[in-house]
Ligand binder design. Structure first.
Ligand code: NAD
Ligand code: DAU
Length: 351
């Protein structure tokens, strides 16, 4: 792997992955980050990288659905590896308007696969980042594994399921070297504050109401983003081509317990609000339609075959995350004000 195309590298997981790859893995090739810079993409997440790695880190603002731009990227940078994060990622937005999800998640993935087919002589790997949500909801005591049948509930998870099937079909039909990882809920630095963890942290810092859907008894399996990035690189380096790997944190928790934990840790880190303990900010609100009840991941395959296990517990990971948000008020202010959109226009032309 020399010239790695990372799609969606200005988003939450993608930017953490590029940081991990260039700073912590010993990888000495080139990273070509292609990101459309939707509302969720923030080039500030990697602002320092164009200075620290002026030759080895290249940012290009482009849409993965645009065949012409992507052809140019594949040819100009002699792409031999793809790590594909770019997606519309928020379930609630997919319920309000599924169009962009179908376009980017399905058509965008198809577009990249077609370019891999064209350039398959030099293609080392197409690694597809996917989600445990493609499997739908679990009963008590069940776990998702690589053999769980697909049963997506939301337009988001259906579009990710579609993309998974395309990736696996291109592997089987055209012999493209592919791997897929299906991961549980990530949290950590640089996550856009529409998702449960950063939204709760920011509202709890500011003393605003914290919305919990339904009765708060839905269960998610939480993984610190850096552990996910380590898993992705492990699969890319040593995973068997054509295979899928489940990735999770072994931390399946009720949403209400996640929210309460964040409130309590913030009460400990920061002087209490005038209104009292932050748990008082919790509000139970109307449930999400089609809300999956429970996710939990059995990651024994990646553990046994590739020796990956998470480093962080939920307590250690969430403490690091809360600390990061408290220490990065500038990033929060910028993301929340939408100010970085004008910053983008000033700094980046379509290249
Ligand atoms: P994100 O929304 O934070 O980032 C997505 C990035 O993709 C943004 O930078 C955005 O600008 C870019 N993008 C969107 N459409 C694009 C297009 N058409 N062309 C080029 N770039 C485009 O998402 P995230 O949470 O970092 O998720 C990254 C990937 O990981 C997604 O594929 C998601 O399905 C998957 N995933 C996420 C989680 C999670 O908990 N966040 C868990 C498992 C899997
Ligand atoms: O499981 C992996 C998936 O995790 C990823 O594929 C998605 O890209 C990612 O967004 C995430 O999806 P979720 O829907 O699980 O994440 P979200 O943070 O939106 O919600 C987590 C849980 O919290 C879910 O049960 C809904 C609930 N929730 C969410 C929000 C935003 C609330 O109770 N209140 C909220 O305000």
């Amino acid at each position: 792997m020399i010239n790695i195309l990372v799609t969606g590298g200005c988003g939450f997981i993608g930017s953490n992955f590029i940081r991990h790859l260039l700073l912590e893995t010993g990888f000495d090739g080139y990273v070509i980050n292609v990101d459309k810079l939707t509302y969720a993409g923030n080039p500030n997440n990697l602002e320092d990288f164009e200075i620290t790695f002026p030759e080895r880190y290249i940012f290009i603002q482009a849409d993965i659905c645009d065949r012409e731009s992507m052809t140019e990227v594949f040819e100009k940078y002699k792409i031999d590896t793809v790590c594909h994060f770019a997606a519309e990622s928020h379930v609630d937005r997919s319920i309000l308007g599924p169009q962009d999800f179908i376009q980017t998640n399905i058509f965008g993935t198809f577009n990249l696969l077609e370019l891999c087919r064209l350039h398959r002589d030099r293609l080392n790997l197409f690694h597809h980042i996917s989600t445990d949500e493609v499997f739908g909801s679990l009963d008590e005591k069940e776990f998702f594994s690589e053999n769980t049948p697909y049963d997506p509930s939301s337009p988001y998870s259906a579009s990710k399921a579609g993309s998974d099937h395309l990736v696996s079909a291109y592997g089987k039909t055209y012999g493209i070297p592919i791997t897929i990882s299906n991961c549980s809920n990530n949290y950590g630095p640089y996550q856009f504050p529409e998702k449960l963890v950063p939204l709760t942290i920011l509202n709890a810092i500011e003393g605003k109401p914290i919305p919990v859907y339904g009765d708060g008894k839905n269960i998610r399996d939480w993984l610190y983003v850096k552990d996910h990035c380590r898993a992705i690189w492990r699969v890319m380096e040593s995973g068997k081509r054509g295979e899928t790997y489940m990735v999770g944190g072994k931390t399946d928790m009720h949403n209400i317990d996640v929210v309460r934990a964040i409130c309590d840790i913030l009460d400990e880190f920061e002087p209490a609000l005038n209104s009292g303990p932050r748990r008082a900010l919790i509000r139970f609100v109307k449930d999400r339609p089609g809300h999956d009840l429970r996710y939990a991941v059995d990651f024994s395959k990646i553990q046994t075959e590739l020796g990956w296990v998470p480093d962080e517990t939920f307590d250690s990971g969430i403490r690091k995350t809360i600390r990061w948000y408290l220490d990065n008020s500038g990033w929060i202010k910028q993301v929340k004000s939408g100010e970085y959109m004008s910053w983008i226009k000033k700094h980046y032309h379509h290249n």
